[in-house]
Write a protein that binds this ligand. Structure first.
Ligand code: ADP
Length: 160
């Protein structure tokens, strides 16, 4: 039988509890899950790609079938190169849907890759990496929204 693999792609700048919820749920559905950090040189980021990968490795250590990688270019090329059949994503609200639907349709047209949408836990519906960074920058409490290693690294980077 072929190994069923899914990828969870994103910027993960930094990984949040919302991401980990989706990664954990995908890990229960597939034999192997690859978390793929998008290398986007035009987008400014707080954490380097290596830092983001290291944090993801630390925060997904409890899942034996999850690995972490990085990629640039098209996600469908990454899927083809790694024998991945499915892109697994979380949908936070209807506002995510418009863009995600277009991307899923494009990816399915470009290659034989399916997209699985999972409804985000209502606990994390409002949560995004950018909001976490904004709140943390001004000294707000983001514990409970990000895993402990991220909390530590945010404090180191932003002070406080
Ligand atoms: P992007 O680089 O597309 O902004 P992110 O790194 O913020 O992406 O997130 C990557 C993916 O993780 C999203 O496309 C979405 O599927 C999922 N995701 C993001 N935030 C959450 C959340 N709060 N709850 C569940 N899933 C999320």
């Amino acid at each position: 039988m072929t190994t069923r693999r899914a990828v969870c792609p994103g910027s993960f700048d930094p990984v949040t509890n919302g991401h980990l919820d989706i990664i954990g749920r995908a890990a229960r559905l597939y034999d192997e899950v690859v978390v793929a950090v998008l290398i986007n040189k035009t987008k400014s980021s707080l954490f380097t790609v290596d830092e983001r990968v290291d944090l993801l490795v630390e925060c997904t250590a409890a899942y034996p079938n999850v690995t972490v990688d990085s990629f640039h270019g098209l996600i469908v090329d990454f899927c083809r190169d790694h024998g991945i059949q499915v892109i697994a994503k979380g949908l936070r609200a209807v506002s995510d849907f418009d863009y995600e639907l277009k991307m899923a349709q494009m990816n399915n047209g470009l290659a034989d890759v399916e997209t699985l949408f999972m409804p985000t836990s209502p606990l994390y519906s409002f949560l995004s990496s950018s909001l976490v960074k904004e709140v943390a920058t001004f000294g707000g409490d983001v514990s409970g929204l990000v895993p402990d290693p991220v909390l530590q690294r945010l404090r180191e980077k932003l002070g406080g």
